[in-house]
Design a binder for this molecule. Structure first.
Ligand code: GCB
Length: 594
């Protein structure tokens, strides 16, 4: 009897505690999901009272228990159900005035009905939480995740019950030197559950990820590979592309994956013809549907070739911020507005700075025929020698690629922005570059390098990371942070036989402020800066594209000049409200000639 009791107790403990982070499921929009978006209760917890006791030890009776008084004399000093609500997905800074500058901890709670189905498992998926998230389901820990811009999911099957359930998330967006990004950066540190939350219903064995690509133009060979969540042989997977009359079956091997190559003559995806094919992947009774485009991207000497033809990348940098001061962008509509502005400018390319943007943005760009540079927030002075910092950066890179590896429009994975030279940094970045190539050798690797100064107007790019990139990119602020009015005299030497992208240049202007061309912050100053910079760019040998800084003014805590910046970086070609500054027309005219 005693033994039985021990076994029962042991099993209960194991089952109760069993929840795990599992590798990311790709193509979330093609899955059987229930949304947990909407109103979530929240409690601002400056001192993390909900997590630590008064001796600063994590305690069992934290807010994640969602406790309620059982007797009149019970003391419980919080109540989610009496606390205010905010919309999820959404940042807290723009939904509660008190939280505009807040960086710290906020708890969120969502209650929902759930009816477990036999022979199905349930994953709890977050599109992104900035930055540090502890997730609890019905009072039990489901998992912990760091990194503010990539998705993650936990298998919470054993934590859910029939009827009412709750998810509680402790979100902390305090900055730390060893984080990715590090302590200082030039954008708003929007906190909260900033992207969709979903419950994903899957079969015990399910398709975790897949890759479908045009391998080469010659012979038009498509490569398909698929990976199940379990390393099990003998599962039949079917790939169908009805419009191409393709229907192929394959069996998984012992590692739970399968691969197949097939001949096909798809129309090629390009900015002029962003053709996507409906693709179905079947495993047992489950069908996963996606829309996939086929193209090739490669370099030849100093050229970038899309589908075998040289292309000039007419780009612009974009931050993931809603137009009109609305905080973090998180929908197809937001993406559509921003990308339409880029189109109006004449762009065929965007640099989604400085972190992976939401999946809606990447997919909308793909439908609109806009090529994408996607990057991780290895920005400025990262803790290069800290092994955990490296693991964190690599994890963000892995998840960015896992989420978006089937997007035809993504042509560049970027691993860093403006990082200071050192042997430690070279080691860190070279490892990231090798990791990206190992996961995906079908795209180009780049990073935004720096040339900080010139002697006698001669600028030379010298960076050991040259070996580890396919495209040499660099940011430069001639006319703004340096050498005002000297752009016409500048010469550039890029001693590498690789395509060159000027991944940033620009200057600030307040929409509607007019004056002389040498008066800072006027539209005329910015207009002149663009004229001079574009003439300078025309003299760079091997220039294959540019992404000026930036599409729209965006919030930044670094930008404190009252009356001009008011916490906005003003380098946008559009104001925050979508008004075009004069420099917009200069760049547009230049792109029309390219
Ligand atoms: C840069 C950074 C970017 C900044 C920009 C600026 O070099 O890459 O994140 O916002 O300059 O405006 O100073």
């Amino acid at each position: 009897m005693k033994k039985l009791l021990t076994t029962v107790l042991f099993l209960t403990a194991v089952l109760n505690l069993w929840a795990a982070e599992v590798p990311l499921v790709a193509n979330i929009s093609g899955r059987d999901v229930s949304s947990l978006n909407g109103a979530w209760n929240y409690i601002v917890d400056v001192q993390e009272e909900g997590y630590y006791d008064y001796r600063m030890k994590p305690y069992d009776w934290g807010f994640f228990r969602n406790a309620k008084p059982q007797k009149p004399e019970d003391l419980i000093e919080y109540d989610f159900d009496k606390s205010p609500t905010m919309q999820i997905p959404g940042d807290w800074n723009t939904q509660d005035e008190r939280l505009f500058f807040y960086e710290g901890t906020v708890w969120f709670k969502k209650s929902f009905e759930w009816h477990p189905q036999a022979n199905r498992r349930t994953l709890l998926y977050f599109g992104a939480v900035n930055y540090d998230a502890y997730v609890f389901v019905n009072g039990k820990k489901a998992g912990h995740h760091i990194g503010g811009f990539t998705p993650f999911n936990f298998d919470v099957t054993e934590l859910l019950k029939d009827g009412e359930n709750n998810v509680i998330v402790k979100v902390d967006n305090k900055r730390h030197a060893e984080d990715v990004p590090t302590q200082i950066f030039d954008w708003w540190n929007y906190g909260g559950i900033t992207r969709d939350v979903k419950l994903v219903s899957v079969t015990p064995v399910y398709i975790e990820n897949y890759k479908l690509q045009l391998a080469s133009l010659e012979g038009r060979l498509l490569n398909f590979s698929v990976k199940l969540n379990k390393a099990e042989a003998g599962h039949q997977v079917t790939l169908r592309i009805p419009e191409l009359k393709i229907s192929k079956q394959m069996m998984t091997g012992e590692d739970g994956s399968a691969m197949i190559a097939m001949k096909a003559k798809p129309q090629l995806w390009s900015p002029e013809n962003p053709k996507l094919y409906k693709v179905e992947i079947l495993l047992g009774e489950e069908t996963l549907t996606d829309e996939i485009g086929f193209r090739t991207i490669e370099t030849r000497g100093k050229q970038i070739l899309l589908n075998g033809e040289p292309i000039f990348l007419k780009g612009i940098c974009i931050h993931e911020e809603k137009p009109n001061g609305g905080g973090r962008a998180n929908s197809t509509d937001d993406a559509h507005t921003l990308l339409s502005w880029a189109k109006e400018l004449g762009c065929n390319f965007v640099r989604l700075a400085h972190y992976p943007h939401n999946e809606y943005a990447v997919r909308e760009a793909e439908r609109m025929g806009i090529l994408v540079w996607s990057e991780i927030p290895v920005y400025w002075t990262i803790a290069w020698t800290n092994p955990e910092t490296y693991t964190n950066a690599e994890r963000q890179l892995t998840d960015m690629i896992a989420r978006d590896q089937n997007r035809a429009n993504i042509i560049i994975w970027s691993i860093a922005n403006e990082t200071p030279h050192s042997a430690e940094r070279d080691l860190f970045l070279s490892r990231l570059s090798k990791h990206a190539k190992a996961l995906d050798d079908s795209r180009l690797i780049s990073m935004a390098m720096e040339v900080t100064s010139a002697s006698n107007y001669h600028n030379k790019l010298q960076d050991n990371m040259n070996e580890y990139v396919d495209v040499v990119s660099f940011n430069q602020y001639v006319g703004w942070y340096r050498d005002v009015n000297d752009a016409p005299k500048m010469m550039w030497e890029i001693p590498y036989d690789k395509p060159v992208i000027v991944s940033e240049f620009g200057g600030g202007a307040k929409y509607g402020l007019h004056g002389a061309t040498n008066q800072r912050w006027t539209e005329e100053f910015q207009e002149n800066l663009y004229q001079e910079n574009l003439a300078m760019l025309d003299k760079i040998d091997g220039l294959a594209g540019t992404t000026p800084w930036i599409l729209k003014d965006f919030r930044s805590p670094r930008r404190v000049l009252t009356g001009i910046q008011d916490y906005y970086n003003m380098k946008g070609l559009f104001s925050d409200k979508g008004e075009k500054k004069k420099a917009f027309y200069v760049l547009k005219a230049w792109y029309e000639k390219k």
